[in-house]
Design a binder for this molecule. Sequence first.
Ligand code: NAP
Length: 312
Amino acid sequence: MTEKHVKVLVLGSGPAGLSAALYAARAELEPIVLTGMQLGGQAALTHTIENYPGFPEGVGGAQLGELFQKQAENFGAKVEFNMAHEVDLSQRPFTVKTDDGDYKAETLIVTTGANPNHLEIPGEVELTGRGVSYCATCDGWFFKDKRVVIVGGGDSAFEEALFITRYASSVTLIHRREEFRAGAILQNRAKEHPKMNFILDTVVTEVVGTDKLTALKLKNVKTGQESTFETDGLFIFIGHTPNSQMFKGQLEMSDLGYVLVNDKMETSVEGVYAAGEIADPHFRQVITSAGMGAAAAIQATKFLEEKETVHG
Ligand code: NAP
């Protein structure tokens, strides 16, 4: 097993990680990015990103990720398809264990993002990939001319529902309340779309099907009335849980598991920074994550310069 020594190690390759890598590379710190499971992070699974400045016609999520990666690599960042599974932040250099050996990092920038929440109802796990999905860009195509249900009332649910209207014959959005969290523009677009229907004050209580999803059991939360709704697909967009388990007991976190950072992206451990969704329960935008990543790398650069001045 090899052991690599790096000045800046970035965990995660979403907008935060690749922006951190760009800034660290331009500071000639030769950062290494460990991609994690999904190169480009969750943004790469988004079909079109319409609110990242500089792309007036919108840009594909995967395409934007590739551009971020290329730009960071142009300045000397190395992107490695590898996954960290254990860290020791008790002393510098920090140790990060992977299947391909250990890394010793002078500074660490944590951008490991978040994973989609599950409804945790009977049938959900069994029928995932057989009608149940958490990614419209990945699976939307499989529902060409089919009936699809979306669960959730936030921006993600509306954005993805509108995307699936390209394929599906009908898209029914089921939400547990009467009001939505989604922004007005998305709400209006969805409400005006001829393929979209809404069922409010309702929760899905069971996913029905043997080999594939055939129906959902629903319950109206106001009347208690139960019903069965036939559908071919169920897409669930009910928020995310930060990917922070690996840092439990080592970095300070909120009750929900978000890594706590100050306005310089510094965590509770000197030399460790966090950026993007792992540290951001509020905005979850490509632009805010990219900004946090850049800030983290600028701060890591300053930290290393100060250490060199003191010890050099
Ligand atoms: P979100 O805003 O937290 O919305 C989650 C939705 O899921 C809420 O409507 C919530 O209902 C519902 N929900 C949660 N748990 C549920 C459960 N167990 N059963 C049924 N419904 C449940 O999450 P999000 O849509 O992923 O967005 C997260 C953040 O990213 C937001 O700040 C959003 O603005 C941002 N975002 C922005 C864009 C964009 O600008 N284009 C795109 C995607 C995301 P309640 O409303 O009743 O709580």
